[in-house]
Design a protein around this ligand. Structure first.
Ligand SMILES: NC(=O)c1ccc[n+]([C@@H]2O[C@H](COP(=O)([O-])OP(=O)(O)OC[C@H]3O[C@@H](n4cnc5c(N)ncnc54)[C@H](OP(=O)(O)O)[C@@H]3O)[C@@H](O)[C@H]2O)c1
Length: 81
């Protein structure tokens, strides 16, 4: 596993955020990434949520979930590309 998103998630986990969301197209890949983060920072309160940035329905579902489940968003890493 590599990439800006994966590294950024690791760095954020080190800062002990109240919640860390990995937004991924592939839930299995996202869960593998999360497993690696939790191996290093087991106390992290983290989840993997599905997000396809090129599908409006996925974006809408993601933002609605975020609105319901997250009190607020402090940091957004827009790394996908
Ligand atoms: N790495 C660098 O040094 C560097 C420097 C300057 C600029 N950049 C730019 O920064 C961006 C990220 O670089 P990276 O090295 O982290 O690339 P990467 O390892 O290829 O990671 C890109 C991530 O974006 C995800 N993604 C792509 N399209 C998506 C979509 N439509 N919806 C949701 N997720 C999507 C991919 O998901 P999947 O795993 O599902 O494919 C992948 O996990 C790229 O645009 C790159 O050109 C990188």
């Amino acid at each position: 596993m590599s990439g800006i998103g994966f590294e950024a998630a690791h760095q954020l986990a080190a800062l002990q955020p109240s919640r860390l969301i990995l937004a991924c197209r592939s839930l299995p890949s996202g869960r593998d990434a999360l497993k690696s983060i939790l191996a290093q920072y087991p106390q992290t309160n983290a989840d993997v949520w599905e997000l396809y940035l090129d599908k409006f329905s996925s974006l809408k579902a993601f933002t609605e979930r975020a609105r319901k489940e997250l009190g607020r968003v402090d940091i957004l890493i827009n790394n996908a590309g």
